[in-house]
Design a protein around this ligand. Structure first.
Ligand code: KQY
Length: 375
């Protein structure tokens, strides 16, 4: 019997009884995309690939990991990654699996389906980060095909996976700066965006944080500033330095969260996660980046959106970034206390940060259907 996959256009996850699980619920696997683009990843992406491999190895200890690589990078990816990690050739424009691999939803019987949102490189021709983005935009559907999951077609709505976080109990967090940005769905009101999120993630409450991390080029994705660590509990990127432009941004989010109530009627418990000292581009790093459409992608002294909140929750570990900053250790301890059943592994991630994101941005979890996972 062959495999019959459905592209679902006439229904929604909520109507069909599917919901997006929280990242801390059990996973079947994870998706990553091998880095290659020389205007995103300095010096031909050599160091970025090494960092991706370290992250992949940790995740693959407890999840089935699929890494997509271009035709040009397939052999290299296969050679650099251990045998128990699947490598598939798949075209992409860059390597942000969080943002354009499918968002997965699951029903009570354990069936998992994907959602194929529209992707326009974080703002299309208005304020997007590269052109074209057509290959990225096709990945969600291809991945659902590969993973044998039916897929909801929602390409008429622009959304990146890094711009949403759910608690698995009816609440989703987003930032206003991103979801209401002019480059995504300018024709939709906040209420219309909220009702699409409710239908597709099967949630009843959207928490609208005002903003994200300063100079985050995604229009401030939520996954860099705030993340659920349990239902009703979040970590928030925080600085005590009131002269830092980030202070007012983190404080605005804290003020919002302190007044917020989630889908279950709970007040949100906020754990402050310190930020590293501002991280800026060096001239040598800028020299290692190709231009994108004649424009430099980074300039010396430019501040990067470094944040420890950009971690991935695997079945066994918290895979978090390190920046060689004195706050690395403190942030690691805070996360370890919040996740006593998982071992926190910190990976030096400056080379990923230079690309414009971090560990959460380059990973996308696949929820477990039912039962236990055999690796
Ligand atoms: O999710 C992300 N943080 C992606 C950023 C893309 C940057 C492109 N250079």
């Amino acid at each position: 019997m062959g495999i019959k996959l459905k592209i679902i256009k006439d229904s929604t996850p909520a109507a069909d009884g599917f919901r997006m699980p929280a990242e801390f619920e059990p996973h079947e696997g994870c998706i990553m995309i091998f880095p290659e683009r020389s205007d995103s990843w300095q010096y031909g992406a050599y160091a970025a690939r090494k960092a991706f491999v370290k992250i992949a190895e940790v995740i693959a200890e407890s999840e089935k990991l699929t890494v997509c690589a271009s035709e040009a990078q397939y052999d290299n990816a296969r050679a650099m990654l251990p045998d128990h990690i699947r490598v598939v050739e798949m075209a992409s424009n860059d390597s942000w699996a969080r943002d354009y691999a499918p968002t997965f939803v699951k029903n009570d019987a354990g069936e998992v389906r994907g959602i194929d949102w529209g992707f326009n490189a974080w703002g299309g021709l208005y304020d997007g980060l590269y052109f074209p983005w057509d290959k990225d935009n096709r990945m969600a559907r291809k991945l659902c095909d590969l993973l044998e999951k039916d897929v909801y077609d929602k390409r008429d709505f622009i959304l990146e996976g890094g711009s949403i976080h759910v608690d698995g109990e009816g609440t989703c967090m987003v930032t206003e700066s991103c979801l209401l940005s002019k480059g995504r769905n300018p024709e939709l009101s906040r209420e219309q965006i909220e009702s699409i999120l409710k239908e597709y993630l099967n949630i009843s409450t959207v928490l609208w944080l005002p903003c994200g991390i300063y100079h985050d080029e995604t229009n401030e994705h939520v996954d860099n500033i705030c993340a659920f660590v349990a239902p009703g509990e979040v970590v928030l990127a925080w600085t005590e330095d009131e002269s830092d432009i980030q202070y007012a941004m983190s404080k605005a989010c804290l003020d919002y969260l302190e007044k917020a109530v989630d889908a279950k009627g709970r007040r949100i418990k906020v754990h402050k996660l310190p930020l590293p000292k501002p991280v800026t581009m060096t001239a040598e790093e800028c020299d290692g980046l190709d231009a994108c459409w004649d424009e430099p992608t980074r300039n010396p002294g430019e501040r990067l959106a470094a944040s420890y909140v950009n971690f991935y929750i695997s079945n066994k570990n918290i895979v978090m970034p390190g920046f060689g900053d004195p706050a690395d250790e403190k942030a690691k301890r805070i996360l370890q206390d919040l996740f006593p059943d998982r071992e926190v592994v910190q990976i030096y991630a400056r080379d990923i940060l230079i690309g414009g994101g971090n560990i959460h941005c380059i990973t996308q979890q696949i929820p477990r259907n039912q039962g236990t996972l055999t690796l």
